[in-house]
Design a protein around this ligand. Sequence first.
Ligand SMILES: [Zn+2]
Length: 186
Amino acid sequence: MNVNLDDMLSYNQRFVEKKDYEPYRTNNIPNKRTVIFTCMDTRLVELLPKALNIQNGDVKMVKNAGAILRDPFDSIMKSILVAIYELQAEQVIVIGHHDCGMSHMKTEAFKQGMKHRGISAETLQTIDHAGIDLDREFAGFHSVEESVEESVSVIKNHPLIPDDVGVHGLTIDPETGKIDLVTKGQ
Ligand SMILES: [Zn+2]
């Protein structure tokens, strides 16, 4: 069931009228000088900040499916660089989670789903001919710890990351919020 956009907009009108935004007022510099890179999983939307005592204004948070970072110039890496150079972030924390959808990603079924939704074989072929390998682009992972380490390694070894930026890796349990350390930077 998707929420009707009109309902969202009328809720928003009341939110602003009642000044419900007041407890959330802050600025764009992260109080904790931290960038968090995590998964877009629905279970983490409120749980992750609560589990780490993160309030509005405390961190920059970037997300994608699986907290997977493999390409040193994808949009996640660009956001991390902006957070460091423009917004005073001093450390990066990658947080993967157990039971992640990307840990059992089947790219064949994924492509079948596209076909069922009306994406033509020709379109998929054109993308393939353009040199874009969907199996590679949407590859998931087997071990969340290994995946977190890989993402940490792309950030830590990035040529544009200054040496004094700490890069850490954690996992979170999406049921209990329990955090485990994977790798600790400086
Ligand atoms: Zn996930």
